[in-house]
Design a binder for this molecule. Structure first.
Ligand SMILES: O=C(CO)[C@@H](O)[C@H](O)COP(=O)(O)O
Length: 238
């Protein structure tokens, strides 16, 4: 687990490096699928005071397996995503300001150009706000269940990120580095899309041919994790 702790530490340190976090508003985790243990940033620890040995190891029941600090408050959300998405190995949550602005506005981010299309096969969805019972219950767990439920009939790697209304963005990937990369892409396309709509309020999403051209040439319809041909269900095709 020491290697995974170092990977997760480095990925967490990339959050301030890429301007995705203010104070401690973000966390990265990654899972060892053999043991079912995942490593996550400790709660409330400033990045500049963070060390690899501070990372917390948690099992898929939510028990702390290793570590003296409390795991991120978002641990239950990460946990639900690892249970629901067997082909992911890392999760990132931030409050990056452009993506969080779309989340607060309750809007998904349309694909307006090839920057978006290269990584996300269509609109980045904004999921509904949790209801009163979900908010007053196990909020973070319910956030993970909401995301898992949205993607249950979709290819969660075709659009490896989403927005949770009145909260913020979550992203995932095949390792911590890729999950952070998706978070950076998300924040950049959120910024571009907001400005695009300011410049031209009547702007339309990019044509489907452009989306297909850019996404599929990079990822292919079944590029991810050996998915069976014909099984491919993208968020916008289902
Ligand atoms: O979404 C939230 C709070 O609204 C959290 O993501 C915090 O922004 C980070 O919490 P820790 O990881 O430090 O517990």
């Amino acid at each position: 687990m020491e290697d995974l702790k170092l990977q997760v530490y480095e990925a967490n340190m990339d959050l301030p490096k890429y301007g995705l976090v203010t104070f401690t508003w973000g966390n990265v985790s990654a899972i060892d699928r053999k043991s079912g243990y995942f490593v996550i940033k400790p709660s409330g620890v400033e990045y500049e005071k963070l060390h690899p040995e501070d990372m917390v190891v948690v099992d898929l029941e939510g028990n702390i397996v290793e570590g003296s600090l409390n795991p991120s408050s978002d641990t239950p959300t990460h946990l639900e995503l690892y249970k629901a998405f067997p082909n992911i190995w890392a999760v990132v949550h931030t409050h990056s300001s452009w993506a969080t602005s779309w989340a607060q506005a309750g809007r998904g981010i349309p694909c307006y150009g090839t920057t978006h299309a290269d990584y996300m096969y269509g609109e980045i969805p904004c999921l509904r706000c949790l209801n009163e019972e979900e908010i007053n219950g196990a909020y973070e767990k319910n956030t993970g269940i909401l995301i898992a439920d949205y993607y249950k009939d979709k290819d969660y790697m075709a659009v490896p990120a989403c927005l949770c209304k009145n909260h913020g963005p979550f992203a995932w990937g095949k390792n911590a580095r890729e999950a952070v990369h998706h978070s950076v892409v998300l924040e950049e396309v959120a910024k571009m899309a907001a400005r695009c709509e300011q410049i031209n309020p009547h702007v339309k999403p990019a044509p489907r041919e452009l989306l297909d051209k850019h996404y599929l040439r990079k990822h292919g319809a079944n590029a991810y994790y050996g998915q069976k041909p014909g099984r491919y269900i993208s968020p916008i095709l289902s």
